[in-house]
Design a protein around this ligand. Structure first.
Ligand SMILES: N[C@@H](CCC(=O)N[C@@H](CS)C(=O)NCC(=O)O)C(=O)O
Length: 283
């Protein structure tokens, strides 16, 4: 047609295309902003650590060893905190995570590193470099090895799924937890062993921890260090919240110093333990 502007096919100067791009960019911008901002609690109190966690257990205040680690650290160091049982995963898709004066920090170890700086905590300052090395090795043993066994004992090998039924989870959630523990343990490697082999591995790990602890109150002497928080988090789950697992039986029968260690921390830093569990444990 005479006088009509001829546009090259696929030209970006098409107002419809521009509008579509603007809409897509705005939606993406809004979505990502929301995702980042959604980790910051509006009107959060200042100078108080907000500890986001899942719900309580029946025998321990949390089913998560990593949450117990952080909460024990906060209590030992008398850091003001408030627990939010919002069951919300943090920016790394895991729990626990904290907020502090607008900062959002996921991962128990990074949380402790961050709080050490903010509150000038020096729990490990008296450790020699050799002891610091041992502490790191013990922490990795517990968090990167024993933890996956805990998952198998509670969510896979226990046919009754007692820990999860006790907190009222329905069959679908329990099935999801079983799938998750199975795939996590498979990827980690430990899930490729038979149940009997995992029992042997659990015994070897607990034996190692028991030997290092010996008759000391804490892993490095009379006062708690960071690794005690980590080990309490993991071991207390075996002591109280992995009913009838070989790990629980071994600690009670063969490694009572590990049980005494957990009792010591619970008694000293968790006076409100029974108020934070869903129901008092049946002795
Ligand atoms: N390295 C993390 C581990 C935390 C972790 O594995 N938390 C578990 C709950 S006990 C979790 O959030 N799992 C969810 C998932 O793996 O998707 C830490 O130290 O905080």
């Amino acid at each position: 047609m005479p006088g009509e502007t001829v546009k090259a096919p696929g030209s970006w100067f098409d107002p419809v295309k521009i509008a579509v791009v603007v809409v897509i960019v705005s939606v993406l911008f809004f979505f990502f902003r929301r995702r980042t901002e959604s980790f910051v609690t509006p009107d959060a109190p200042r100078d108080v650590v907000l500890l986001h966690q899942l719900g309580h257990g029946v025998e321990c205040p949390s089913l998560s060893p990593f949450v117990l680690k952080v909460e024990t650290y906060l209590r030992i160091n008398k850091i003001p905190y408030k627990s939010l049982y919002d069951r919300k995963m943090g920016p790394k898709g895991k729990t626990p995570w904290i907020e502090y004066n607008g900062d959002v920090i996921p991962d128990s170890s990074f949380i402790i590193m961050y709080l050490n700086k903010q509150f000038k905590v020096t729990m490990d300052s008296k450790l020699t470099s050799y002891e610091k090395g041992v502490a790191t090795a013990l922490q990795r043993l517990a968090e990167e090895h024993l933890y996956f066994q805990l998952g198998l004992w509670r969510a896979v090998f226990d046919e009754q799924k007692e820990t999860f039924k006790a907190i009222g989870l329905n069959w679908f959630f329990i099935w999801m937890l079983e799938r998750k523990a199975t795939t996590d343990a498979w990827s980690q490697g430990i899930g490729r062993h038979s149940q009997e082999e995992v029992a042997q591995i659990t015994e070897t790990d607990l034996q190692a921890l028991s030997s290092v602890l010996g008759e000391k109150d804490y892993f490095f002497g009379d006062s708690p260090t960071e690794v005690d928080c980590s080990l309490f988090g993991q071991l207390s789950q075996f002591v109280w919240q992995a009913r009838r697992s070989p790990g629980q039986k071994l600690i009670l029968d063969k490694f009572p110093n590990l049980k005494r260690f957990c009792e010591r921390i619970k008694g000293k830093y968790w006076p409100d333990w029974n108020e934070l569990i869903l129901q008092p444990p049946a002795e």
